[in-house]
Design a binder for this molecule. Structure first.
Ligand SMILES: *Cc1c(COP(=O)(O)O)cnc(C)c1O
Length: 397
């Protein structure tokens, strides 16, 4: 932080948090470090402005710059993913990933309708129809799971559930799944069963933008992504929808505002525009490739030290590691690592027999540390440290 604040109490807490973020090794798969430009947009006077409505159709005056900023964010979002404004529309106002999914269902799925989603404990997100989320109260989840042997998606199982249940929407794209998703297979299942295909690319957005993960856009009806994970922008979300006679874009815009929200957070939208610009640069492609290279190197090094990696590896920025198999629970492992300044999160593994509060594994991601310049040699050293700490903890028990 540069300027001195008048509020010393908050300033001190910000300074401590900044120091904490600087000092730890951050392996939280959903976190990243934004650029100074993104921070500047977030901390700008745009936060003072009310702009309910959409560009050219606002409920307040004084929105000349605001309209230009929102349109710029939309243009950059479409360009980054190679989409033409004739075929795709994007809403940049949703406050975060969860409300973005809620907006899509609100727009496109009748209340009480069926949302087919991967269960939370297998790597899906709460907002894919879990009971604890409104998406599982207002709609009915049709759950699917991974293949127990391979721990990857099983399209035969997904197809047979879809053909029996005929969900309104099939959701693919996950929170804790490390493999390439066969978008084409999901498109075929959606067509066969008469469902919409909604892709939640929250985790992999930056990998898709960086060209290291296949794009879902040729296959999906709607795509949601958070802007703050691998995409390395402020907390927020983008909702893309196909523009055709079904008028998804108009329904989604109405679901976001006035359906679920009031005024958009224009400082965030400006920050998103900045992040999209950064993600369009050639160095972001190098970054995305390095993220995956680092994750693969770290997973492999841990595997060589006797740790079981779920599904045997990763194609992305993250992977799950079964710690319970070596005698330490996910919570104990995560706590032990935190003591030494390595931050991960405890996580259920597919078909976990333990509880979500103390599951069998941990989730590890490399997007944040790669932003901080870490390379594969660092990953090998890190695997050594993680292995040492966990084994020490197991011995003490
Ligand atoms: C992170 C995430 C979300 C939710 O994002 P929030 O911004 O935390 O609300 C939704 N779906 C998936 C797949 C995610 O990984």
């Amino acid at each position: 932080m540069k300027a001195k604040m008048n509020d010393g109490e908050v300033e001190l807490l910000l300074q401590y948090e900044e120091k904490r973020q600087h000092d730890v090794v951050n392996l939280i798969a959903s976190e990243n470090y934004v650029s100074d430009d993104v921070l500047q947009a977030l901390g700008s006077s745009l936060t003072n402005k009310y702009a309910e409505g959409y560009p050219g159709a606002r409920y307040y005056g004084g929105n000349i710059q605001i309209d230009l900023i929102e349109r710029l964010a939309q243009k950059r979002a479409l360009e980054l993913f190679g989409l033409s404004p004739e075929e795709w529309s994007v809403n940049v106002q949703s406050l975060s990933g969860s409300p973005a999914n809620l907006a899509v269902y609100t727009a496109l799925v009748p209340l009480g309708g069926k949302i087919m989603g991967l269960t939370l404990d297998q790597g899906g997100h709460l907002t894919h129809g879990h009971k604890a989320s409104l998406t599982g109260k207002w709609w009915q989840q049709v759950p699917y799971t991974l293949n127990k042997e391979t721990e990857v998606l099983d399209h035969d199982v997904v197809r047979s559930i879809a053909m029996t249940e005929h969900p309104d929407v099939i959701v693919t794209g996950y929170t804790a799944y490390s493999r390439i998703i066969d978008w084409d297979a999901f498109r075929a299942i959606a067509d066969e069963s008469g469902a919409l295909l909604h892709v939640d690319a929250s985790h992999i957005a930056g990998l898709i933008a960086g060209g290291i993960y296949p794009s879902p856009f040729p296959y999906a009806d709607t795509v949601v992504m958070t802007t703050h994970k691998t995409l390395r922008g402020p907390r927020g979300a983008l909702i893309f929808s196909r523009k055709d006679q079904r008028k998804f874009n108009e329904k989604i815009d109405k679901a976001v505002f006035p359906g679920l929200q009031g005024g958009p957070h224009m400082n965030t939208i400006a920050g998103i525009a900045v992040a999209l610009h950064e993600a369009a640069r050639p160095d972001f492609q190098i970054y995305a490739a390095q993220v995956v290279d680092n994750a693969q190197t770290l997973a492999q090094a841990l595997e060589q030290k006797g740790w079981r990696i779920i599904s045997g590896g990763t194609d992305t920025h993250l992977f799950l590691m079964d710690t319970w198999m070596n005698g330490i629970s996910g919570k104990a492992a995560s706590d032990a690592l935190e003591q030494e300044g390595i931050i991960v999160n405890k996580n259920t593994i597919p078909f976990d027999t333990r509880s979500p509060v103390d599951p069998s594994g941990i989730r590890i991601g490399t997007a944040a540390e790669t932003t901080r310049g870490k390379n594969t040699a660092d990953m090998i050293a890190l695997a050594e440290r993680i292995d040492d700490m966990l084994r020490k903890q197991i011995k003490q028990k």
